[in-house]
Design a protein around this ligand. Structure first.
Ligand code: MN3
Length: 249
């Protein structure tokens, strides 16, 4: 839904139009009124990092982390709020729900909502000093669907390395409940059913925009990808897997 549609919905409500026509039908078994979610200037917030800017060094340097979180991610949050402020939706208002329905033409929501979602996931799936490899159900599903941890790592690295220009590499749970590696341009992600070919619920995301690595690695994206893989928070990826699988069931 683009901003104009949001405004139209809000305007209709303001003009006292009935948004729930069934209410006039005197149903014998009345249903609760559909929820409406309004957006304000600070609906979406920049999440705190779970660790210090220098915690992932030398894999990811402190200056990159500070600029990436405090400037780039903060900018997406600011522009997302600016785009939605004063509008409302008939849905639950969750970012995931907005992205699932976002039109390819709605650049403000697609780019900034995607940017906020993607970076929130990115910070969550990194940590210093965790397990070096996937474990448990995650490792089993990687073996079942992707031919093993090494084959997955190679496919994921390739997805990041070959994504032309700016974008993301993903490990996701697709609609059949299987793990799949994919990549998207810009701030798109697999939730955006109207914008991308391969859809699903992302459980691991790797930012391959130059701002994610250029200070330390310059044009050496492959070196950054290798470093990123050394700081993945596999426990967080496992937790996301459990959530995603329960949605498919
Ligand atoms: Mn980024």
């Amino acid at each position: 839904m683009d901003k104009r549609t949001f405004l139209k919905v809000t305007g209709a409500a303001g003009a006292g139009l009935v948004l729930t026509p069934w209410m006039g039908c005197a149903p014998s078994n009345p249903q609760p009124s559909p929820a409406t979610t309004a957006f304000g200037p600070e609906t979406f917030k920049l999440p705190a990092l779970g660790f210090g800017f220098d915690a992932l060094a030398p894999a990811i340097d402190a200056a990159t982390m500070e600029i990436h979180h405090g400037k780039h991610h903060a900018g997406y949050v600011r522009k997302l709020n600016a785009a939605l402020d004063g509008t409302s939706t008939s849905g639950d208002g969750r970012l995931e729900s907005l992205l699932a329905e976002v039109s390819p033409d709605n650049a403000a929501l697609r780019n900034n909502g995607g940017g906020h979602y993607n970076h929130t996931l990115y910070w969550e799936v990194m940590r210093p000093g965790g397990p070096a490899a996937p474990e448990g159900d995650l490792a089993e599903l990687i073996t079942r669907d992707l031919g093993g941890v090494e084959a997955f790592a190679a496919a994921f690295a390739k997805a990041g390395a070959t994504q032309f220009g700016s974008g993301w590499a993903w490990l996701m749970v697709n609609g059949e409940g299987k793990l799949e590696v994919t990549s998207t341009p810009n701030q798109d992600n697999p939730l955006m059913t109207q914008c991308v070919e391969r859809t699903g619920t992302p459980i691991l995301g790797m930012d391959v925009w130059e701002h994610a690595y250029y200070l330390n690695y310059q044009n050496r994206r492959k070196a950054y990808i290798e470093a990123f893989m050394s700081v993945v928070n596999w426990e967080a990826v496992s937790a996301r897997l459990e959530g995603a699988i329960s949605q498919v069931r």
